[in-house]
Design a protein around this ligand. Sequence first.
Ligand SMILES: [Zn+2]
Length: 327
Amino acid sequence: MTEGMTAPYPWQQSAWDSLARRLVRDRLPHAVLLAGPEGLGKGALARHLASALLCRDNAGPEPCGGCDGCRLMTAGNHPDFHHLAPEEGSRVIKVDAVRELSHAMGLKSQFGGYRVAIVAPAERMNTSAANSLLKTLEEPPAGTVLVLVAHQPSRLPATIRSRCQVLQVHAPDATDATHWLRQQGSDAAVELLGVAGNAPLAAQALLEQGAAEVLDALLDQLSAIATGRMAPVDAAGRWSKDQLGLVTALLLSVMMDLARVQGTAVKPRISRLNELPATLDSEQLHGYLDQLLEQRRLADHPLNAQLVLESLFIRWSEICPREAAHG
Ligand SMILES: [Zn+2]
């Protein structure tokens, strides 16, 4: 692997091995769907596959990094490579863009090799765009490989999914994800793995967006509420409507970590967890978890963010042991 190329990430190894085996036998299907949660680097894996297909060096499945094909890919202007994503400022991939892509894929290869296209995230295609792509999938031009990337593959039409070889990219377990983040020097992102569903790149993205500071402030509040130094309503008042989703997700990960370590010698993932009461009633804690899960489900459309936040902090004050409130 050349410098600057990051995929395949360790958790993608089995998906990549399966692609690489087909690649060396020239048995790659015309359409591949890389499916899995966001934050696993599926886009980078798709690019890695595209580079491998367009590499002029035939020594193995990995792109050599030095040939014309690899250099053009790195420079981002390989004439036989196309990348389709929602236009800037738009959330959807429109039919005109798909038509343009289909047209380009039907043209002769400039380098005499494969023509490769990535569509990501594929579930962002609107209905007419998806219908248009389906035509290309039904009659793929020879020598073309289409790589679809989907965070929510269930939102793709079944007719599209059935035309693709589906490769699932799974999140690593907590131990492997932690190990990888520490290797990258992203220690601070480890505490965000719970919110990120163990997707390491999602944890890094959250860190860059300031989620570690939000977690810190939240832990201050939870501890202050538990000891009666802060009123739940005041805690809620410090967050804006826009922060409801993140605050709910962080609260959920804190409470899940609490539930995991309560009454055991297990080390918490969130280091400041020891500042919170250690003797919560397990039934009440699980009731709180249910409330948070339900709230996360509704998080996109809160009727009144401030009321929701207040009810979340009030519930926390209610499940905290009474003696702690005098501490
Ligand atoms: Zn090469």
